[in-house]
Design a protein around this ligand. Sequence first.
Ligand SMILES: Cc1cc2nc3c(=O)[nH]c(=O)nc-3n(C[C@H](O)[C@H](O)[C@H](O)COP(=O)(O)OP(=O)(O)OC[C@H]3O[C@@H](n4cnc5c(N)ncnc54)[C@H](O)[C@@H]3O)c2cc1C
Length: 377
Amino acid sequence: MKLRVLVLGAGFGGLELTTILSEALGDQLDLTLIDQNDSFYFGFSKLDVMFGRKRPDAVRIPYRHLVKPGVRFLQETITAIDPVAKKVTTRNASFTADVLVVALGADYDLAATPGLLEGGNEYYSFEGAEKLREVLPGFSKGDVIVGVCGAPFKCPPAPSEAALMVHDYLTTRGVRDACTISLVMPFGSPIPPSPDTSKALLRAFEERNIRFVPQRKVRLLDAARKMVTLDDATEMPYDLFLGIPKHVVPEVVLQSGLAVDGWIPVDRTDLQTRYPGVYAIGDVTSVGTPKAGVFAEGAAKIAAASIIAALKGNKNPFAYTGAGSCYIEFGEGKVGRVDVDFFSGPKPQGIHHEPSEMLVADKDYFGSSRKARWFGA
Ligand SMILES: Cc1cc2nc3c(=O)[nH]c(=O)nc-3n(C[C@H](O)[C@H](O)[C@H](O)COP(=O)(O)OP(=O)(O)OC[C@H]3O[C@@H](n4cnc5c(N)ncnc54)[C@H](O)[C@@H]3O)c2cc1C
């Protein structure tokens, strides 16, 4: 008998889990991987697209390249999940399985921030990044705000990266002196688990005359007055708003009853939800690590090990440490890195690696090695 597995979402977590199960079980596996899109892209490629460093079609990796033993990919939109029956409905069919893995990521609630759609921009969706690619060349003077509209949000370094990259972008175009840049974030420091990385970022902001506004979120934008209101009612004028929208679970997850207080709770030891045989990994969960690809991948490894162990009647020998490395674009052709470990010690620890050109190559390898592992050479 083959193990029937349904993996919902072919993002960072879904792709890694699928790869491990295929490698370990091969023909004993009957895995269906479902995603609404026809291609994968790394979160960080949205920054490349937005600032014109790469073309949109150059960063998309079509799922048709995904060919693995025991795996079939279906491009379908999932419309219902029944975690008790382990049944999944899409627009065209329904499926049942022995094991269900929910890896549907986080969606954006643009309407939660009045004025964001009408008077601002967001760069967290691929479409938003593509739109900004057209908007940015037309901007040459005024106030830029990079603003976080809700927490938790994906990739905590990404707002700092956007602020540093927009500085470079405007400098290269010779218009930086005609602009101000502010960064509004709900944390007290840019990367709370790593004081050294936070210090390095604050130093970089100071050197580039970027104003850091800590402990604040953007509540609304008034497009007519070109004014942003923060959650303490402070107002800030803006001409260009680069937003990080409020994050939510996809609607289908909300309807399934899997989420509690907004996200899917899981057992940290094996990433299982409160429904036996139903796992959840990555951004869709409230496991306690930041919403980032590297943590989705770490969770996928533990969930996969647990599924394999259960099949063989064993207990999963690994524990989820919530450890991972995040690369940070510092501008001026340099990338830094922070190695964070959330669960091994009494409190999260982050080790800072100074920005360098060498780490640019490291980040490239991070992407290319995953692309090769998941999609073949
Ligand atoms: C600007 C930016 C920069 C980032 N930089 C980094 C970085 O440097 N390093 C890092 O580790 N992370 C980074 N991230 C975060 C990273 O992209 C995400 O945290 C990661 O992709 C989460 O993986 P996941 O598997 O949980 O979800 P995702 O990768 O988001 O995958 C979820 C999948 O589910 C699919 N889906 C959702 N709903 C449905 C449905 N109803 N039917 C069918 N399919 C559906 C989606 O199409 C998607 O493919 C960045 C994010 C952004 C926005």
